[in-house]
Design a protein around this ligand. Structure first.
Ligand code: MF3
Ligand code: CO
Ligand code: CO
Length: 247
């Protein structure tokens, strides 16, 4: 396991705060008639302006700073010019910053409509992330985080996207352990949570069954049954004084 020192967590906190500022700007910018490319440009500009680099551009083969998805698209969507948001869309934006040698990673979803069913869907996802984060504490294991997220989603009759996970984060964007959305008895679930662990806790979920398919662009993962999906993610560190949401 890849434990971070308090000094390293402090650096990650600096990067995370910068990413959090970028995320606020993204939240303010998502609206009907805005394109995914507009958001991509905003994120690239803001990350570079604060002395960081885009984490996602460092992933081999991926040339963009963001992953942007609408409705049944859940993760890894390429921010295309042709993707123009419209009223009623559920838009999610995933972004990461590499700052002073460390990555932090965060995602938000925004609903541009007024259907109470989708509004409830959004609230449940936010609550699932909140409950997952609350379970990130000394003495617990990764399974406790997984269980918290899974039960929040399943009790509301939604499906976790069981093939995707959160992850450790640090000098690499993706480190051990994985943070699954569904209990399966995996090795990752047995990892004991202790000071020095930094996790990107992610909630990917759908109104339907939660099965995913890869689109023809080779990146975008969408819901097989075409149902609405969303994604919420924060990078969180555990220190001897408790947990800190870095992003
Ligand atoms: N969705 C991933 C995460 O949050 C990162 C995207 S990698 C990319 O961990 F290459 F698709 F950008
Ligand atoms: Co992410
Ligand atoms: Co992530």
């Amino acid at each position: 396991m890849n434990l971070k020192s308090p000094e390293e967590i402090e650096i990650m906190h600096q990067g995370g705060q910068k990413l959090s500022e970028v995320k606020k700007k993204v939240l303010g910018a998502i609206a009907p008639n805005v394109s995914a490319w507009d958001i991509e440009e905003l994120v690239t500009r803001e990350i570079e302006a604060c002395g960081g680099k885009s984490s996602f551009k460092m992933v081999p083969g991926y040339k963009w700073s963001t992953c942007i998805n609408v409705n049944d698209g859940v993760v890894h969507g390429i921010p295309k010019k042709e993707l123009v948001f419209k009223k009623g869309d559920l838009v999610s934006v995933d972004m990461g910053i590499f700052y002073r040698g460390f990555h932090t990673d965060t995602s938000v979803s925004v609903y541009l409509g007024d259907d109470p069913k989708v509004q409830r869907f959004m609230e449940v996802g936010k609550k699932a992330l909140k409950q997952g984060i609350k379970s990130f504490k000394k003495g617990n294991t990764v399974a406790d985080i997984t269980r918290a997220i899974q039960s929040e989603l399943v009790n509301a009759n939604y499906s976790p996207v069981y093939n995707l996970t959160g992850h450790g984060v640090g000098r690499e964007l993706h480190e051990d352990p994985r943070v699954p959305l569904v209990i399966s008895g995996s090795r990752d679930e047995k990892v004991k949570l202790e000071p020095g662990i930094v996790l990107a806790i992610e909630v990917m979920y759908a109104m339907g069954k939660g099965d995913i398919v890869l689109e023809d662009d080779g990146w975008t993962l969408s819901m097989k049954d075409g149902t609405i999906s969303a994604l919420f993610e924060e990078t969180v560190a555990l220190t001897s004084h408790g947990r800190i949401i870095l992003t």
